[in-house]
Design a protein around this ligand. Sequence first.
Ligand SMILES: [Zn+2]
Length: 187
Amino acid sequence: MGKAKKYETIRELIFWSYANLAMAHTAVERNQEKYGTFNYVIRAKLFKGLKDETMNMRTIFDDEKIKLQTGQICNYCGSNEKLALDHIFAQKMGGKDDAENLIFACRSCNSSKGKKDLMEWMNYREEFLPLMIIRRYLKLVFRYCSENGLLEKMVEEVKEMELPFKVGYIPTKYPKPRELKLNVDLE
Ligand SMILES: [Zn+2]
């Protein structure tokens, strides 16, 4: 990988994270130990395609279907104890009370997350969340930025703003495939 910066605007940052996520996704699906050329090609193609708008992030509806299939378990850890609906974007920070922003979480995850941004919480836990959750999160961020005219703003500028998510925690590097999972383990 070169040292040139991959992103300057928020749009590019979200797409870069999303392209990395897609790369990780294919590697996990194929049970790869580490990333190879094939994966980097996917990332490069998707990143380019997203930027020139020949490709797009799939609709949130896909995730809704997965959520329905997953059933009532904590989407963060897989527990089925003391579940409640958790707001991905915290309500106090302007997170909406709609389906895209709601996810089942156990009381333990819920209280550990508290008012933290989801990616901030992930960073604090020092363990990546299931990729499907990060995908949902990135789509929420994209939608929010799109609706609020932030996509073309520079990352540094947006970092200073009060938003329902924290730009600085959007993952731009993903761990090795064997340290990741697509979804919570069903028990
Ligand atoms: Zn949990």
